[in-house]
Design a protein around this ligand. Structure first.
Ligand code: PMP
Length: 434
């Protein structure tokens, strides 16, 4: 292996000019230690760092790169769009076509584009409050919805608690309107609505949480949330920033709501729909969405919203993401999970592998299913750290934190899967020794 000297040099430069040397905290490898790898290039399923190391990429830019890196059709479409001008501050055709594609794939009637998942959830919450005229929101511990003040909260000690700011810089007033509940806990939801139902504007949840590792909703949980919200005049906001257009052509809703016959009132999207560019969206029922400015009184805006290059990348990605692609993603996700289980069993490492569609996580040091954030916290972080570094040394790039999902791409071919399999056995042994 070529080492990581150039990454280290860049990291030193980066730390001199930006906090932690990164533009988003998880990239700094704080949870696993070591030198973050500065990537130079991505092609298909592979990343190449500045020192010349190559890795099979199982992070996929935290979700967006559904088709793998630098897919020629996407790059060509982006090149052509950029050559026509990169931003107009006017409406343009690609954003309309992307909105049509989203409306065709999901239960939302109308969408509004933004530039990040954070903006999407922030705006959906504002709209839910504007529509209902209520202030309280309900979220679940372990679900991440971006760094929105009202959503960046920690649970207090009780089962139904008003949130405490998850970071300095958030006024307690911003989180005092947020109820934080344990995930997958119907009783807690019922108790929260019994006490505060008339003041609750919305429940927001990840359609299938991926931000505490992959923790699928227990059967019927999302439907229960939708019904509970309806019964109390609150809105059900399903955050599909991570799962949208990834776990099926219509996201996680395609795996539960479409089959069970219910739909969220509002949904948020990001990641895949931007094809590797900053594009995100929120959408929902027509009468609610028409409350947004300029049609209605709820204000929301963005200089680069619906950007023609970003929406072209997203549209091209979605058009290439056919049923065959989703079938392939399910297959490779299944293969990698089976390989991981085999390696961990052989090495004698206690583990749970769980999935929500093709999104999955490997929890080490635990054998019981992980159904909520408290369970996720009971995994062995030292074991993951050893496992992560051994995988990295053997050329596989995993999420640099135990509380994340692994992301597959359509570019994972037999060569890439072989490389993953070869890396797993020694990495499982490293985890066993941790
Ligand atoms: N919601 C979910 C479910 C997410 O996974 C993320 C990002 N990981 C966000 C919202 C925030 O998106 P962004 O990072 O684009 O602001």
């Amino acid at each position: 292996m070529p080492g990581s000297e150039i990454s280290q040099t860049l990291f030193d430069r980066a730390r001199a000019v930006s906090p932690g040397g990164v533009n988003s905290p998880v990239r700094a490898f704080r949870a696993v230690g070591g030198t973050p790898r500065f990537m130079r290039e991505g092609k298909g399923a592979w990343l190449t760092d500045v020192d010349g190391n190559t890795y099979v990429d199982l992070v996929a830019s935290w979700g967006p790169m559904l088709l793998g890196h630098a897919r020629p059709e996407v790059i060509e479409a982006v090149r052509e769009a950029a050559a026509r001008g990169t931003s107009f501050g006017t409406p343009s055709e690609p954003e309309v076509a992307l909105a049509e594609e989203i409306v065709a794939r999901t239960p939302v009637d109308l969408v509004r584009m933004v530039s990040s998942g954070t903006e999407a959830t922030m705006s959906a919450i504002r709209l839910a409050r504007g529509w209902t005229g209520r202030d309280l929101i309900v979220k679940f511990a372990g679900c991440y919805h971006g760094h929105v003040d009202a959503l960046l909260v920690e649970a207090g000690s009780g089962v139904v608690t008003f949130g405490l700011p998850g970071t300095p810089g958030i006024p307690t007033a911003s989180t005092a309107q947020t109820l934080v509940l344990p995930y997958n806990d119907r009783e807690a939801v019922a108790a929260a609505f019994a006490e505060h139902g008339a003041q609750i504007a919305c429940v927001i949840t990840e359609a299938a949480p991926g931000n505490m590792g992959a923790v699928p909703p227990l059967p019927g949980f999302n439907e229960f949330l939708a019904q509970t919200c309806r019964a109390h005049g609150a809105l059900f906001v399903s955050d599909e920033v991570m799962t949208g257009f990834r776990v099926s052509r219509s996201g996680h809703w395609g795996l539960d709501g479409a089959r069970e016959g219910w739909a969220p009132d509002l949904m948020t999207f990001g990641k895949v729909m931007g094809g590797g560019f900053p594009a995100a969206a929120f959408g929902g029922r027509e009468e609610i969405m028409r409350q947004l400015a300029p049609e209605g009184p709820v204000y929301q805006a963005g200089t680069l919203s619906g950007n023609p290059v970003a929406t072209t990348a997203g549209l091209t990605t979605l058009r290439l993401a056919t049923d065959d692609v989703y079938a392939h993603l399910d297959q490779v996700a299944g293969t990698i999970q089976a390989m991981a289980v085999k390696a961990l069993e052989t090495a004698g490492v206690p583990h749970v592998v769980q999935s929500a569609g093709n999104l999955f996580s490997v929890f080490l040091g635990r054998t019981e299913p992980v159904v909520d954030f408290a369970d996720a916290q009971a995994q062995s972080q030292p074991a993951y750290k050893a496992f992560f570094h051994a995988m990295l040394d053997h050329g596989v790039y995993l999420p640099p934190s135990a509380f994340e999902a692994w992301f597959v791409s359509d570019a994972l071919d037999a060569d890439a899967l072989d490389a993953v399999e070869r890396a797993l056995a020694p990495s499982a042994r490293a985890a066993a020794e941790a």
